[in-house]
Design a protein around this ligand. Sequence first.
Ligand code: TYD
Length: 134
Amino acid sequence: MQSTKEINFDLHGDMRGKLIALEANNQIPFEIKRIFYIYDTADNCIRGCHANRKSEFVIISVSGSVSVKIHDGKETSIFTLDKPDKGLYTPKMSWKEMYNFSSDCVLLVLSNYSYDANEYIRNFDEFIKESREL
Ligand code: TYD
């Protein structure tokens, strides 16, 4: 089974500025089926607070910064996303909480799976229970 990991993307910089290119099954370790982005987040807001039975994600702060807490069913890890050339890969069955959004944070999220509310687990106890059954 895959585990949560940070991914450092190649930065193509020159005198004009910077560019990062992301391709499926290359920098992004899956076929991309869905893209969404989160911005204008309210002060002190915590987003996420769910796990996914089928969706894997790569989360990138393309502007600003955010903290991400991941629980893999056994332990908690905390990551800071504060630059566009770093992504956080989260496998399915990862509990995710995003907080400490800077006011300029734009959080880009890529996923291997189209949106389906039924594959979201929004209760932490249920997540732990299903994790143990894997
Ligand atoms: P929600 O899952 O609550 O966001 P977060 O993970 O940041 O807490 O989603 C907010 C709304 O957006 C909800 O009505 C469902 C909708 N939504 C989609 O339609 N497609 C998507 O891919 C996502 C992530 C959310």
